[in-house]
Unconditional design. Sequence first.
Length: 64
Amino acid sequence: MATVAKAHCPVCNAQRVEKYRPFCSKRCADIDLGRWFSGSYAIPTEEMPDEFDIGTEELEEDGI
Ligand SMILES: [Zn+2]
């Protein structure tokens, strides 16, 4: 099993850059930092990934 974490910039949702992770650029890092300082940081609503798709738990037993 491979757990691939979707890495996106929390500020502009662009693909993040390793150098500025978890952001895509220094600009976004500054923006995020500014949000913290301003005290108006809002956690973006992210849709939950379907990691565990547990649907029906019906047991289908086919008798011979
Ligand atoms: Zn960004």
